[in-house]
Design a protein around this ligand. Sequence first.
Ligand SMILES: Nc1ncnc2c1ncn2[C@@H]1O[C@H](COP(=O)(O)OP(=O)(O)OP(=O)(O)O)[C@@H](O)[C@H]1O
Ligand SMILES: [Mg+2]
Length: 259
Amino acid sequence: MATQFVIDGLKAAIEGKEILKGINLEIKGGEIHAIMGPNGTGKSTLASALMGHPKYEVTEGTAVLNGEDLLEMGVDERARAGLFLAMQYPSEIPGVTNSDFLRSAINARREEGNEISLIKFIRQMEGKMKELEMNPEFAHRYLNEGFSGGEKKRNEILQMTLLDPKIVVLDEIDSGLDIDALKIVSNGVNAMRSEDRGFLIITHYQRLLNYITPDFVHVMMQGRIVKSGGPELAQRLENEGYDWVKEELGIVDETVGQA
Ligand SMILES: Nc1ncnc2c1ncn2[C@@H]1O[C@H](COP(=O)(O)OP(=O)(O)OP(=O)(O)O)[C@@H](O)[C@H]1O
Ligand SMILES: [Mg+2]
């Protein structure tokens, strides 16, 4: 079955405050969707709510991946079902090496008794690290501890390529990357494009979309997707900012509205 991911009427709150006010989005296998939007509009909240972060309370809606509602599942189950999230601020896990973490993550998604062999895992990991031009010593360092901003982002892409997910959510994967790393990371993503994998890419800048061409671009404001279009929408936002969207749709700034 070709991958299909449908978010329907998703509402989520943080500490009682509603942040997501009804998100609707459909991502099919092979498609790349980009989400852009001003700071604090709920983009990372969407990513965290999908992944099942305990701080984010889903109050309404569904997120159905190939017939199964992810929102009904635990975090591990969501990963097993094929959801992958590269976080805006990846966590550091002192005491757990990158390679141990990756191997457990792969095995957590396999049936018991069908774990990946150590040799096969190392071969795969080393191959992918080479493609991403990562220093082999990163395999043995503690997960993200002391990694530079860009190194963390590259490491998120390493996880993505090893885990072979069906739905990939990348939250500001371009932030902190140098010019060469941006190309390497984008190539990593492009190499993963396939008919049974869909992407949701959260970004502030059109620049990333020069390397990873999206099929759809969505604008998120105040917890809703307020406008959708093709790559030309990202170009217009880059050139003109968000004011024209607000004007066109009659959106009043919340801070202004509350004053
Ligand atoms: N753990 C939290 N506790 C309290 N408020 C939170 C928490 N997480 C997010 N928020 C609030 O929810 C709103 C949406 O935050 P979110 O991180 O989703 O924004 P964003 O669209 O990703 O912004 P940015 O572009 O700056 O990354 C913000 O007003 C933020 O302050
Ligand atoms: Mg964010």
